[in-house]
Design a protein around this ligand. Structure first.
Ligand code: PEP
Length: 290
């Protein structure tokens, strides 16, 4: 069962031709055996150059060419390379996303990239509220909710990132923090089908540190988030995909993704190494048999 989503696009600001509605076929989040379809997404952060990107995507295309139909694989290059990525992944099952988007559309917002620009480039996913955006660029829960809404209105699939710091975990505030971050986006996500968004649990203490949450720690939080989605009245909590992020690599992906509420991974450092990323995708495929 595939879901049709109609998005109001409005009029072109300059009065030019523009579709009034854009109809998108949303991907299903469940596999034939009723499990959620895993998603493995690479966040390249501010890394890449034309030649390096081409080498990496060429290797990924070859390495992921067969045996990965049951999962979704995506890369999120820096914005200037989205056009390059679109050409390089053409004809493969690899999709691509952006790492950020503006809350605004066209106008005097120097340095910003709008949702319309991303959809022009064929972008499918967009990270929202990554902990680096929250801690380094002052993004608040309100900004994250607004960006999530803007992404949804454009037909982009927001990958909403939430996670606690080490200090918050140590003081026993993990669930309080996650509840606050999730509740901020629930009014926006609550009316959406599960295929329209993704959640990513990324403990800040595990991002880029080499420290990974244990599979049990990840499962505990993922279950908490799914339960909270359900108790908020969200009817598709069982279909919503919740990724784990934080030092995922080929060696630990299998045991993380085998957890019942972990639906794949958001991968930083290891997504820049073709064999690692392919190994992580294999872990996601293996989790379907678990
Ligand atoms: C990330 O940036 O989303 C991330 C999880 O990074 P890393 O895998 O390097 O910890």
């Amino acid at each position: 069962s595939r879901c049709l989503q109609a998005v109001w696009c409005g009029r072109h600001p300059a009065g030019g031709p523009s579709p009034l509605w854009k109809v998108t076929i949303m991907p299903d989040t469940t596999t034939a055996n009723g499990k959620r379809r895993p998603l493995v997404m690479g966040n390249w952060k501010m890394n890449g150059r034309l030649a390096r990107n081409e080498a990496l995507l060429t290797e990924l295309k070859a390495g992921l060419a067969s045996g990965f139909d049951a999962i979704d694989v995506a890369v999120c290059p820096p914005a200037p390379y989205l056009g390059q990525a679109s050409k390089l992944v053409a004809g493969s099952a690899i999709t691509y996303g952006a790492q950020n988007l503006s809350t605004e559309q066209d106008g005097a917002y120097t340095g910003e990239v709008s949702s319309g620009m991303l959809t022009d480039l064929g972008v499918k996913w967009v990270l929202v509220g990554h902990s680096e955006r929250r801690s380094l660029y002052g993004e608040t829960d309100e900004t994250v909710a607004k960006k999530t809404q803007v992404a949804l209105e454009a037909g982009l699939i927001p990958v909403v990132c939430i996670g606690e710091t080490l200090e918050e975990r140590k003081t026993g505030d993990t669930e309080v923090v996650l509840a606050r971050q999730l509740d901020a986006v629930l009014p926006v996500l609550g009316s959406q089908p599960a295929s329209a968004f993704v959640l990513a649990y990324e403990p800040v203490w595990a991002i880029g540190t080499g420290l990974t949450a244990t599979p049990e720690q990840a499962q505990e939080v993922h279950r908490f988030l799914r339960d909270r989605l359900a108790s908020s009245g969200y009817a598709q909590a069982q279909e919503a995909r919740i990724l784990y992020g934080g030092s995922v690599k080929a060696a630990n992906a299998g045991e993380l993704f085998a957890q019942p509420d972990v639906d794949g991974g958001l991968v930083g450092g290891a997504s820049l190494v073709a064999n690692e990323f392919i190994g992580i995708a294999k872990g996601a495929v293996a989790s379907l048999g678990a």
